[in-house]
Design a protein around this ligand. Sequence first.
Ligand code: SAH
Ligand code: TMP
Ligand code: ZN
Length: 406
Amino acid sequence: MSGCRVCHGVVTPFLDLGKQPLSDAFPADAEEAEKEYFYNLRVGSCRSCSMVQLIDEVPREQMFNDGYPYRSSLSSVMRDHFERTARELLDTELSGPDPFLVELGCNDGVLLRTVAGRGVRHLGVEPSAGVAELARSTNVSVLTDFFEERTARRVHAEHGQADVVYAANTFCHIPYLDSVFAGLDVLLKPDGVLVFEDPYLGDIVDRASFDQIYDEHFYLFSAKSVAAMAHRFGFELVDVERLPVHGGEVRYRVARAGARTPSPAVADLLAEEDRRALHAPATLEDFARRVDRICDDLVSLLERLRGEGKRVVAYGATAKSATVTNRAGIGPTLVETVYDSTPEKQGRLTPGAHIPVAASTGFADPYPDFALLFAWNHADEIMRRESVFRESGGKWILYVPDVRVV
Ligand code: SAH
Ligand code: TMP
Ligand code: ZN
């Protein structure tokens, strides 16, 4: 049995999502589809530090390279979220003389462009060359590399210490957090802060959103596991803030141990996790049973609709949907096409399930009877934009926290 990636304790598996392809690798054609990389998607919880993590690790270069298709700026809600976050950081942590911000996983520069616009020193560290280039085209400074101790030392040598190291939907992508914290120890100013936000285990369990689990999401963080991790590496969890984006996240603030007074929100969230027994084996096993039920219900619904001759498509070729389609066995016979706004995904096939991906402009041409909303985390934005679909009789299919038609 593999040990905990953070504390080397014993990790007990509680959910097996089977053989899965890389969630963001969309084969261009049938020939490429034959050569897909598969791994075992199993999740466990550390008996010592409670960290929920994948059992098997996919080599990072397989996932994050110049072909990486995810673009943060395609969602207007996320653009607003990151602009607001950048402004908040500029007005607080970055308001001193000549501040310096480092962002891990800056993607296409969705947050840093606001910082660059204010003329504040910044650097994105982003291994996926394609999206890093998009960021540079908006005047954002980017180092094309993985963040780890080596990179942190290089950034420190070239730019000095940072006031803030920020990461959105990236910290949970990095299995080797021991190296990351060793780097932060070099890079962060004595009173500097690490701010990161990722899908929250508490929301994933509440919503049964098992599709938040895939190759890139190596960790499912909670206040308890992050507090233990920070402590282990000489740091301290000093604030938590729940965020509504991506189906429920937490923004964690971590400082050097003793450097800042923890806010009451930390103790509150720790107490809530305790009260609801978030980390108890029974809670996690119940979550796993709900996943089985959702997959069975979804396939039954899709098979019934096919039997009735309905036209069913999907909306949003999300990385999350790889977990759903490959776990439940949903392919092109049940879902005709997936519509998506990402140019890099269009004209390709979804990972493993091989459903064709088409430009979302084709969704209305003509509307299907049913649309399975894989991008449920963007439901408000998408349902608003596609409101004519429902007005003309179309129905959305949602599957978390349970399968339903709306
Ligand atoms: N921050 C953006 C992008 C999230 S996608 C947002 O919230 O929308 C995750 C990003 O992290 C990808 O662009 C990926 O290339 C990058 N990434 C993966 N591993 C990394 C590492 N070790 N260091 C820095 N970035 C990494
Ligand atoms: P995410 O859930 O990982 O953010 O991915 C969202 C996917 O959905 C991404 O491939 C882009 C796509 N998408 C659309 O097609 N239309 C939209 O309006 C939005 C917000 C996303
Ligand atoms: Zn552990």
